[in-house]
Design a protein around this ligand. Sequence first.
Ligand SMILES: [Mn+2]
Length: 462
Amino acid sequence: MEAADAQIKSTPAVPASQPDKPAADASGPLVDLLQAHLLPCNLDVDRVTPEDAEALAAALEAASWRGAPALKQVLPAAAAVRLLEALAQLLKAQPTLVEVEPASEDVTVTVFGDTHGQLHDVLHALRTVGVPGPRRHFIFNGDFVDRGAWGLEVLAVLAAWKLAAPGAVTLLRGNHESATCTAMYGFRAELVAKYGAGMPGVYRAAKRAFAALPLAARVARVALVLHGGLFRRPPEARGGLHRRKRRRPPPGTPLALGSLADLRAASKGGIDPSGIGATLVATDVMWSDPVAEPGLRTNDARGVGLVFGPDATQAFLAENALRLVLRSHEGPDARWRREDLPGMAAGFTVDHVTPAGRLCTVFSAPDYPQFQADDEDRYNNLGAVAVLRGPTWDNPEWLQFAAVLPRPPSAAFYAFDDVPDSDEEIEVGGQRGSDASGLSGGSALSTGSLAESDGPTRHLSK
Ligand SMILES: [Mn+2]
């Protein structure tokens, strides 16, 4: 397929007046049939082709206009489970730190930031940039689900592409790919609304896939892509019988920056990375944020992860022979009224410029968040993707895009008035950290028991 390398143009809207005819570029008898009748999309998960991935995307898009219960007509619970289990199997074979080695200099590596269930924007961006293939690698940098209404659909499309083109697609873990976040910010409730009695199996399969997601990708050995940011050096492992357990650093121990070797050796974090024990590196990677001020400190605004200054970025780049850190995680809400770093209206920011290289943020959910109280102004942010090219691979080209509007009508799957705009550490039902290693269904988590806590204030909200 042909690459469209031009700047992504804004907003070819899906017409609300023609809900059964979304503006899909995909065509062909199978797609027509799926769109007309919402037939089950019987993917053979052992042999997913690019055509299958495109057909599934078109079918999910068509179903999105018919309300939440229509999803299971095109992707029944059993099929969703098969798809997610196949994804989990594939991801389990991948290391914590994936090496993306472009075979030649005409390969592009396109990096998506947070997509947060905004199916129509993801499909628009994919159709504009082109689909994965030998010369077009895609990295999706986490936060596929939660907040937006079509998290399962986004996850299913990414899973289908990963299965269709495993060598051309890298999926990385964001903080929302966890039991606690999905119980709080909508994905779990979305599955209840869409799958009813079939929900527990789909949720379990999704969490297995989340726990298997790699944490980072190094592109051409010079660019590191990860969701949140830099991470601390884990405490030395104990010897003997408890070798796998890590000591907790004594209180007051200064934080030391972790290395690529630490990242390579780290656990992917389990179902619910808690920041405790072996999940420390994973939690930092998924939750940390850059700041303008020098230093390396705990992230008190989020209550989890680190904040790190340009000196930390400089040291990390220099010590690991890197020239670019590309991260996501902060949308327009997180950057609202921040004075030290740029806002996210353009879908990307350059946060640290150092002699060793840069740290940039890419955010791919335009007009985010999808659900917002009526009395609040929308941020009207663009989304962007970063395109890395040889021979340097360290100077992203930014492709920006506006939201595909109007979106199909949908209820929100989380209490957007009651939870913080920006992600913070949240205790759910007192279960935080207790499920870090297992693959249990996590159904003990309830969305209704958010602990009032010692936690951070929502000072980043507007
Ligand atoms: Mn995030």
